[in-house]
Design a protein around this ligand. Sequence first.
Ligand code: SAM
Length: 656
Amino acid sequence: MSTTDQTLTPAELEWQHDVPRSRAFQDIYFNQAGGIAETEHVFLVGNDLPERWQNLPEDARFTLIETGFGTGLNFLCARDLWLRTAPAGARLHYISFEKHPLTQDDLARALAHWPQWSGATRALLAQWPVPMQGLYTLLFDDGRIRLTLALGDAAEMLARIDARADAWFLDGFAPSRNPQMWSEALFAGIADHSGPGTTFATFTAAGVVRRGLTQVGFAIAKRPGFGRKREMLTGTFQSGYTAAASKPWLLRPGEQPAKRRAIVIGAGLAGATTAAALARNGWQVEVLEQHAGPAQAGSGNAQGALYIKLPTQPTQQSRLHLAGLHYSAALIRTLQAQDSASGDICGLISLALDAKAARHQQQLLDTGLYPDSLVQPLSQAEASARAGTATGAGGLLFPHGGWACPPRVCATLLAAPSIRCHYDTTVETLEYDREQRQWRINGGVFCAPVVVVCSAERAGQLAPLAHLPLKPIRGQTTRASVSPDTPTLNTVVCGEGYVSPPQEGKYCFGATFRLRDDRLDVREHEHEENLDLLERALPQLAASLRRQPREGRAAFRATTPDYLPIVGPAPDADWVLRHFARLSKDANWAFEAQMQHLPGLFVNTGHGSKGLISCPISAELLLSQIENTPLPLPRDVAEALNPVRFLIKGLIKRSI
Ligand code: SAM
């Protein structure tokens, strides 16, 4: 049975002297006496990792995939070995499937066994996702290790990830107790995500596992098992790897960067998060920005909400936003620890201000798709108590929502030592120099083999990206100072607009939407509009702020026809239009697997008013596409963001 997009059932544990045991599977997670020694013997040595990791090149990327994250003991052991043996410039991508995640409390109790790893345990607990199917990105040790938790059934989620393993940890309860997991679909998926030299190790020597893995192309070896277990299995994949994509135009570029040098165009949220992700991974980055400082256009508001709108039927957008909310909230918590004015994950209340909104919220809760820890209902009285001032209605509480100050977030991210910012620098031209294999900006003033265009609606003004259908939408926010009688808001509140708790003595709220308006003057009647929105949501706060002087700013949001951002490699548009021209006659034509991109050119734009949620995770996505490492988002979500989609839709439309 498919569990697509469901809330997952957390693990039900029995504790025997503080050692967790699964009630459903009647099996233990680790054995108390030799848990670490068993992991070392079976999984680390079983895959020859101590030796392999010691001999890695300085900038290696290594992908490890595990079935059954459980308590994370294997992860913590692997992390420890990686930090001790791998070169500082190497990066570990650790992907782990888990169908029944532990609750945060159970995880804390189980991991209390290993006080030597209390720092990593704290980091894991702080980034622990809600139990909802999907991929979640967690960073450890300044990004030397990236953990992707793939919550859901291993075989199902394996079909949705885009990754090639260097080594597998095949854990999961014993095949006799958990036959459903050790299925043919799992073995086939393992082969699909393996290449020449990929190894596996597993604690079990069961025939079904040995046969299953032999059949899909592994050469198997038996080794002595741990403790009382006589045997375990290891193996090496003997076949090749075929990169997969649902359509040929969605194939990844696939080459490895020769030099880690990139130019990022734009210093808003998209540019700053992209530059920071590259810098964290050993790249020298130059950021070119037309304004005099970071975040002066669409990302320039003093406060923005970390907010997602959930649908009753999951969409690619909601999957992106769920992964994005998780990742952005972790980022803001980290930045807040350094600078409390960066933002606050203080919770967010979405009010149901009319009957239609109330019906929609009830339908959402009734779907059973979303766990309590993600969203829970509040009566009007509860909402008012939580917010700290009277609300115009009840609504939904998102405990992981909050606000951030985009200009501070951008400035902090851009302060990394390997990022150089060039302000007051407008990019006029972008051309590829085939001989030098690099991009030339403004006739060669700036050059790099990799360029990421993060300049919102201006991206389409550069010749190679003229095919991107970006549209600016004007928006104005209002700020007003706190007076002695102004209520203090404790959470972000959204109705038809949004307002955050006061920052530096001022409230920031908004925002208006103006299509086909290309001016950026600040208008009194738009302040009134924002105050009207606020009044419906928080009448007492609005009444107080109406008496105060107000200021504001107007900016454009860059939006796309399908409301999804544009993130990924830039297609060679002429080649795509020629090569896939047949789509305009036959939308179902079967092409061979071939695609041409503009070498080293990538795009990250079109985030609309959702940049705080979608930019940080999109930056991780781009980094993976540039470095050719596992994608942090499900394959279908990444495909939905691909910049080629508009060219292809244009061709197909002509066939209808
Ligand atoms: N590797 C873990 C550790 O280091 O703590 C121990 C893993 S525990 C023995 C097995 C895990 O596999 C459990 O957390 C269980 O929920 C998970 N599991 C069982 N069946 C699964 C399935 N079909 N898909 C994904 N995870 C599954």
